[in-house]
Design a protein around this ligand. Structure first.
Ligand code: SAH
Ligand code: SF4
Length: 377
């Protein structure tokens, strides 16, 4: 299952996080470091190219660098910060990866291949995490029940892509920051990772191929709009009234629908990028004709698309209260709801339940891992 040998894993485990990871440095900071040690500026570009384009994982392999610089780098930095721990392949082709961090915590990423009519791989999307756990604690979400453990640093965010590309010997075409965690509550590290990923020098991805999903941290949405390279924005809406939204997403007590929509309008005005609204359809909670009316109004405020998402029922992991009462809508109900929205000229898609059989909805593999660990004690 691992593409790395056991001895390599042990070696890396012994080394990671004993020193700072070089992928946590912006490219300006790499340059600053190189110059501070008395080397010429172009050496920084060689290091960046070796790490991000050639994906070299030891300084010793950086052939163009002088020996002295390699030694300095070796003594100050690490390159690898996460390890493949487990992966589960679903019958639909999606693969759920569990990664181990240096402090023993786990995060997940989900690989989704899209095949064309001939069965050839057309493009691939990787869903990556931004935190271990999540402080937002939405009633329907397994990651939320883990609580907040810690923010991921830029190297841990970026390396999820590298680990999967290496494991599958493929190039990831799209990235969605939709795994564990609320990216806009780890703003600084997520932005640093995005700047590295979208840089001309790293050649990882264009900003048009990246989607950031948020539960709606209004001030941060405005901040993101002002970044030099804004990405696509998906908003976990899931309700059309403050009352219902507050029941299932406690964050809406801080940022209600008025504040959220204000920030979304700002985002669109600034970036001209259409918004995606994510809407888990729950039976008898947010599926009425009035919801259709209100959702259509919301969706028309700026150019947008609504993704109707089947609820991945995780009630077995959830605490008492509203979580236990959430029920998935049937396929027929979802089709019906989507048709009514389309009749109001709203662009709607019903999301596939990619990876259903491997618990692909956010947080669940890492959750079972946590449980195993506590069971071991
Ligand atoms: N924190 C961010 C990104 C991670 S959650 C956010 O909330 O947007 C990614 C998506 O998975 C969100 O749209 C979230 O609402 C959805 N999700 C969480 N739990 C789910 C479940 N049990 N079934 C279906 N979708 C779920
Ligand atoms: Fe956090 Fe998103 Fe899960 Fe809500 S849905 S608890 S914001 S990861």
């Amino acid at each position: 299952m691992f593409e790395l040998t056991d001895s390599f894993i042990k070696d890396v485990k012994d080394r990671i996080h004993k020193k700072p990871n070089i992928k946590n440095l912006s490219f300006d900071e790499v340059e600053e470091f190189v110059r501070s040690k008395g080397f010429e500026r172009y050496r920084a570009d060689q290091i960046i190219n070796d790490i991000y384009v050639k994906k070299i994982e030891t300084f010793a392999e950086m052939k163009q660098l002088p020996k002295e610089l390699k030694q300095v780098l070796e003594s100050e930095f690490e390159i690898v910060s996460i390890l493949n721990q487990r992966k589960r392949v679903s019958s639909d082709g999606s693969i759920k990866y569990l990664f181990e961090l240096a402090d023993g915590k786990s995060i997940e990423a989900v690989y989704m291949p899209w095949v064309d009519d001939k069965g050839e791989l057309d493009r691939s999307t990787l869903c990556i995490s931004s935190m271990v756990g999540c402080p937002v604690a939405c009633a329907f979400c397994a990651t939320g029940t883990l609580g907040f453990k810690r923010n991921l640093n830029p190297s841990e965010i970026i390396e999820q892509i590298f680990r999967v590309e290496k494991d599958l010997n493929t190039k990831i075409n799209n990235v969605v920051i939709m795994g564990m965690g609320e990216p806009l509550l780890n703003y600084e590290n997520v932005i640093k990772a995005l700047r590295i990923m979208t840089s001309e020098k790293s050649k990882i991805l264009s900003r048009r191929k990246i989607t950031l999903s948020s539960s709606g941290i209004a001030p941060r949405i405005k901040q993101l709009a002002n970044e030099a390279k804004p990405v696509k924005l998906a908003i976990s809406l899931h309700a059309t009234t403050n009352k219902v939204r507050e029941m299932i997403m406690p964050i809406s007590k801080s940022f209600d629908l008025t504040k959220l929509m204000d920030s979304i309008e700002y985002y669109y005005r600034k970036t001209k990028i259409p918004i995606t609204y994510e809407y888990i359809l729950f039976k008898d909670l947010n599926d009425s004709d009035e919801d259709v009316e209100r959702l259509a109004k919301i969706a028309k405020r700026v150019p947008s698309r609504v993704n109707i998402i089947p609820f991945n029922d995780i009630s077995f992991t959830l605490p008492q209260g509203i979580s236990k009462e959430l029920k998935p809508a049937t396929r027929a109900l979802m089709n019906n709801f989507a048709t009514k929205l389309r009749d109001k000229n709203v662009a709607v898609i019903i999301r596939d339940t990619f990876g259903d059989d491997i618990e692909a909805a956010c947080g669940q593999l890492a959750l079972s891992e946590e449980k195993n660990k506590s069971g071991d004690k």
